[in-house]
Structure formats: structure tokens, C-alpha cells
Design a protein around this ligand. Structure first.
Ligand code: HEC
Length: 141
């Protein structure tokens, strides 16, 4: 569908961006939200989900849903961000070792499925911080 075509044009740009990342992982509690915000910015989540997580409107990016109105729990959100959504969803997976070393959606780790775009830019601590940032900043009760 449309999203697949848009994604293939779009992916190289943010993949180039995220390879330049390096992280000091000294996360005491006060730093967590800030680390999460840095991940949000560096990953370019806003290009598909909007700068305030309100849902994407950029014509050059697949439109991601609003994160402000998500019904996901924090654990469920971690898994979507880490593993992506399979199929022609347009939502990449961001965790290093997703599917291969880290179990995704209850499957035994070992093989990366073909129908997922994995970017593998972040470790689990960074994605935890990102989820904390999203829940603190965007998600509405
Ligand atoms: C290339 C566009 C794109 C990028 C970049 C992107 N997303 Fe998404 N995201 C999507 C799309 C499209 C969906 C809907 C997938 C579906 O369910 O079919 C989605 C779904 C989600 C969901 C599930 C929401 C729900 O309530 O079901 C979360 C959470 C999410 N994205 C967070 C993020 C975060 C955090 C980042 C940055 C690390 C990010 N996304 C980067 C396109 C993107």
C-alpha cells in the first residue's frame, strides 16, 4: 500500500541519522525522561507521529497514529517500539537484537521475520526511557 512506498523513501534518511548516535548510559531517575526525549528526537518519531505525539500529518512519512490517545500499557508500548509492527504497518522496530536475541510477540528468538523493518538503533534501557518520556509528556489519561 501507500505506506510501504513512502517508508522505503523515508527510511534511509533516519537510518543515517541514528547511526551517529552514542549514549552515556548513566541513567539515574532524573535523567530518564531526558534520555527518553533524546531518543524521541534522534529517532525522528515525530516525523510519523507529530511533534507532540498527536499523530502524523507529514505527506512524506507514513502517518503514525496519535500516541496521546494510545490504549497501550507501558509494557505493550515497549514491545511495539522495540519490535515494530509486522506487515505493511510502517512502524519500524528499534531495539538492537529484536527478534534475533530479544523475544518479540511471544515468539522464540532466533530469526528476524521478513515483514518487519528493523532499525536496531537503541538498547532496552533507552527504549524504557523513551516509553517513560511518552507516557509523561504525551499520553493523556
Ligand atoms: C516511518 C514512520 C514511523 C516512525 C519513524 C515511527 N513510527 Fe510509530 N508507528 C507508525 C505507524 C504507521 C504506526 C501504526 C502501525 C500499525 O499498527 O499498523 C505506528 C505505531 C506506533 C505505536 C503503536 C500505537 C498504538 O496505540 O497502537 C507506537 C507506540 C509508536 N508507533 C511509537 C513510535 C516511537 C516511539 C517512534 C520513534 C522511536 C516511532 N513510533 C517511529 C509509523 C512510524
Amino acid at each position: 500500500m501507500n505506506n510501504t512506498r513512502k517508508l522505503s523513501r523515508f527510511a534511509p534518511a533516519f537510518m543515517a541519522g541514528v547511526t551517529m548516535l552514542s549514549w552515556a548510559m548513566v541513567a539515574d531517575a532524573d535523567d530518564t525522561i531526558e534520555i527518553g526525549q533524546d531518543v524521541w528526537i534522534e529517532a525522528g518519531c515525530a516525523s510519523c507521529h507529530g511533534s507532540r505525539g498527536q499523530g502524523g500529518t507529514d505527506p512524506d512519512s507514513p502517518a503514525g497514529p496519535s500516541l496521546r490517545t494510545t490504549q497501550l500499557s507501558e509494557d505493550e508500548m515497549f514491545e511495539v517500539i522495540a519490535c515494530g509492527r509486522r506487515g505493511v504497518s510502517g512502524m519500524p522496530g528499534w531495539a538492537r537484537g529484536a527478534y534475533f536475541e530479544m523475544a518479540c510477540y511471544g515468539e522464540t528468538p532466533g530469526q528476524v521475520p521478513e515483514d518487519v523493518l528493523l532499525i536496531e538503533a537503541f538498547d532496552a534501557d533507552q527504549i524504557d526511557a523513551l516509553v517513560a518520556y511518552i507516557f509523561t509528556t504525551f499520553v493523556q489519561d
